[in-house]
Design a protein around this ligand. Structure first.
Ligand SMILES: *[C@@H]1O[C@H](CO)[C@@H](O)[C@H](O)[C@H]1NC(C)=O
Ligand SMILES: *[C@@H]1O[C@H](CO)[C@@H](O)[C@H](O)[C@H]1NC(C)=O
Ligand SMILES: [Zn+2]
Length: 308
């Protein structure tokens, strides 16, 4: 079974043993990647959420042939555009992003993550978010790359922005979807794909929304180190290989090299997301995997032959 994780934050210090600035265990990134490959994850897309993170994501992507990256600025980081301690002006910030995006066309496969997040306005106000979300359509337009999108609790503003700018980009995926069926339908009508991870599958309501989304319009992600599927989630009953059986894990304080760390999600759990989707759609896991794989290649690796 071939799987592609379209969203993981591999630049997160947790994968180096660093938790909120505190070194808890040794760097085990190599083991994280090996577990993912062993679990059938054949490509991984590292999300860049700011200028510096996009640089770092690309650097990491270049170190392994199966890693790729996005370039963009997350809505909660949008004030960076105007932060003169980072760049001289918003135009300079934009130009820097653009340079990274055009730097390695084999490795940078999307613009993002960008979008709107009204759950976390304390990091960046609405007006600033809207301004620089808009700006990133320009980035997609000039680079001709698809978009990796983020949307949280925006009461129609996100869909409105997409509608107004839909002609400026080719394809896009709204990752970590947690909205209603009506919201999903709205995005599908805008010809976007929907990215599903453990956070999209927490409640029974979430599951019935996922059941309403055609598999032909879905992609899968882990959003690691976040969004792990837990025994308390509605999704858990659909997992065939329960996580604790799949790979042994220890609490970070009792870290052992070669084992997973409890509640730090990893790309090796991607198959669980797939099993839940197959479960709620009453479809064969292998069949769902093939459809999702094809969707993903068509958007992020068009013209490579893998999309057929
Ligand atoms: C990745 O993780 C770091 C550390 O938690 C965080 O600062 C950053 O915003 C995350 N990036 C994305 C794209 O979520
Ligand atoms: C789905 O779950 C998330 C939590 O991950 C929650 O915030 C959201 O409201 C849920 N969506 C629906 C439609 O129930
Ligand atoms: Zn996101």
């Amino acid at each position: 079974m071939k799987l592609i994780d379209i969203g993981l934050n591999l630049t997160d210090p947790m994968f180096r043993g660093d938790y909120r600035g505190k070194k808890v265990h040794e760097d085990d990134l190599e083991y994280v990647l090996k577990r993912a490959l062993d679990a059938g994850v054949e490509r991984m897309l590292i999300t860049g959420g700011s200028l510096s993170e996009s640089k770092e994501a690309l650097e990491l992507a270049r170190s392994r042939d199966y890693l790729y990256s996005t370039v963009g600025c997350h809505p909660t980081r949008c004030s960076e555009f105007e932060d003169t301690s980072i760049s001289a002006s918003p135009e300079v910030y934009y130009e820097e992003l653009s340079k990274i995006a055009l730097n390695d066309q084999n490795k940078v496969v999307a613009i993002g993550e960008c979008g709107l997040d009204y759950d976390r306005l304390q990091f960046c106000d609405k007006e600033t978010q809207l301004k620089y979300f808009e700006k990133q359509f320009q980035l997609a337009e000039t680079t001709k790359l698809p978009m990796f999108l983020h949307n949280r609790n925006t009461d129609g503003d996100f869909a409105k922005m997409i509608r107004e700018n839909r002609g400026r980009f080719t394809q896009g995926v709204v990752h970590s979807f947690t909205g209603t069926s009506d919201e999903a339908k709205e995005l599908l009508d805008l010809d976007l794909f929907i990215g599903i991870n453990g956070c999209s599958l927490k409640t029974e309501e979430n599951l019935s929304v996922v059941a309403s989304i055609p598999i032909e319009r879905m992609m899968i992600e882990t959003d690691a180190p976040w969004c792990d599927i837990r025994p308390t989630h509605a999704s858990y009953k659909y997992i065939k290989d329960k996580p604790e059986l799949l790979f042994e894990s220890k609490k970070k304080e009792r870290f052992e090299l070669g084992l997973m760390v409890k509640s730090r999600n990893e790309p090796c759990t991607l198959r669980q997301v797939l099993e839940v989707i197959a479960g709620v759609h009453s479809r064969d896991v292998q069949e769902v995997a093939e459809i999702v794989y094809r969707n993903t290649c068509r958007v992020f690796w068009p013209g490579t032959g893998t999309g057929n």
